[in-house]
Design a protein around this ligand. Structure first.
Ligand SMILES: [Zn+2]
Length: 438
């Protein structure tokens, strides 16, 4: 039965990913192509509850499991966080789990961090160290449990414990391989080696459009009325992909096509590695409660200085995705001041702005636009120096009318259509150039 074959493929894939997750070194397991999708398979371990106990000196976290699992826990600075990496599990927490903290834990989030790997990220009230971490087998009517014991330390103690851990950094890295087996083998044999991408016999000369649905996995993005930004923008991104692929003129690459967390730098890397001709990041905004009401879609491009206070607030919020997902921000590469990069960037900005204007012209025929629909700010995800990039906020999930649009299939189809039109208009001028550049 085809269904069984699919389940088997998913299981093998999950096992390979879990194996890669547990071995040290950068794991290259994010493969392109069809992926398991957001629905958790029943074969994954189930985590049914999570509790916090203790006080601001010592805080204990207990996770209820249905079987013992492997795990890795480590701390991160600026902001202070604890990250707990486990194999992919089926989260069946009661609603609201993690919203309220206790002791050293302000709050925690959970979700997929890559196919085969789940993550729980704890925001701490201050520096703390992991005093103990262990898994208890089922006993006395209690299910198997994973326990983390956190202990308050000062900043110096925290930094020392960071060094002592000398942990391998786990990131959902980008695989250049097209299948997981190759990628997992490469990661085990030679961590630095990137598996070569099998070249198709006919090189695909079509321009590459990268669609980047924001957030994902452990990072929900903004939330309102039970709707998560990460789901809304994934649905929109997939619809846009299908629409563009139907035209056949461009090759479409998704930064994510399931509910997985992707660090901002990896999204940029995907655009660069694919020599993308256009990068479109899809988001939905929200105004904090009590800060008025705003509505409509906004198209953002990159700039050193934000075009207004709202653009600045938004860039800051979107740039927080890495902190939310448990990425080590202290390891971020510093920007290279290179004159060639700078020149490329200037040309790229011209193209980005041109596409932004085309997109506004098309989108206003189908979608409600913000009163100032074209803005710019320092978005990390728009920083590929040689890829024209825009970030589209489809609307405000905090606004009733916008939210009705965002969840409407009809609205999505029309808006996806207008975006596809804008992409066509953009490439009508650029296709000749892209053709000769290859
Ligand atoms: Zn967002």
């Amino acid at each position: 039965m085809a269904n069984c074959a699919i389940h088997l493929t998913l299981l093998v894939r999950a096992l390979l990913c879990a194996a890669a997750l547990l071995c040290s070194g950068p794991t290259e397991v994010r493969a392109e192509g069809p992926s398991p999708g957001p629905a958790a398979s029943p074969s994954f371990p189930i985590v049914s509850d999570a509790r916090l106990a203790g006080d601001a000196k010592q805080t204990r976290f207990v996770l209820d499991l249905d079987k013992a699992i492997q795990f890795r826990a480590f701390t991160l600075a600026d902001p202070y966080r604890v990250v707990l990496d486990i194999p992919q599990v089926n989260f069946q927490f009661p609603a609201g789990t993690g919203v309220a903290g206790r002791g050293l834990v302000k709050a925690f989030r959970y979700g997929l961090v890559m196919p085969g790997g789940s993550r729980i990220v704890f925001d701490l009230t201050g520096p703390a160290r992991i005093a103990k971490s262990y898994v208890l087998e089922a006993a006395n009517g209690q299910p198997p449990r994973l326990v983390l014991e956190l202990e308050e330390v000062d900043r110096t103690g925290f930094v020392q414990s960071l060094a002592a851990e000398s942990r391998p950094e786990l990131r959902p890295a980008i695989a250049d391989a097209t299948d997981t087996v190759v990628a997992a083998t490469a990661a085990t044999a030679a961590p630095k080696a990137v598996a070569p991408k099998p070249k198709p016999s006919e090189p695909d000369a079509r321009p590459v459009v990268v669609i980047d649905p924001g957030h994902g996995g452990v990072d929900n993005g903004t939330q309102s009325s039970g709707e998560s930004e990460k789901d809304l923008v994934l649905g929109f991104g997939l619809a846009l992909r299908d629409r563009i692929e139907k035209g056949g003129k461009y090759r479409v690459v998704m930064t994510r096509d399931d509910d997985t967390f992707i660090p901002l730098a990896d999204r940029v890397k995907i655009a660069r590695n694919q020599s993308a001709a256009l990068f479109v990041s899809i988001h939905a905004d929200a105004l904090p409660r009590g800060e008025g009401d705003a509505q409509g879609a906004t198209i953002y491009t990159l700039s050193d200085r934000a075009s207004d206070a709202e653009a600045e607030r938004l860039a800051e919020a979107e740039n927080k995705a890495d902190a939310i997902g448990g990425v080590n921000l202290t390891e971020e590469p510093t920007e290279v001041a290179d004159i060639l990069i700078d020149l490329a960037r200037r040309e790229t900005r011209t193209f980005s702005n041109r596409f932004a204007r085309l997109l506004m012209g098309e989108m206003k025929t189908t979608a409600r636009m913000h009163k100032h629909p074209l803005k710019s700010a320092g978005f990390k995800v728009l920083k590929a120096p040689d890829v024209p990039s825009v970030l589209v906020e489809l609307g405000y999930v905090s606004n009733k009318g916008d939210l009705e649009h965002l969840v409407s299939e009809n609205w999505r189809t029309r808006t996806v259509g207008s975006m596809a039109q804008a992409i066509d208009a953009f490439f009508a001028k650029r296709v000749a150039k892209a053709g000769t550049a290859n």
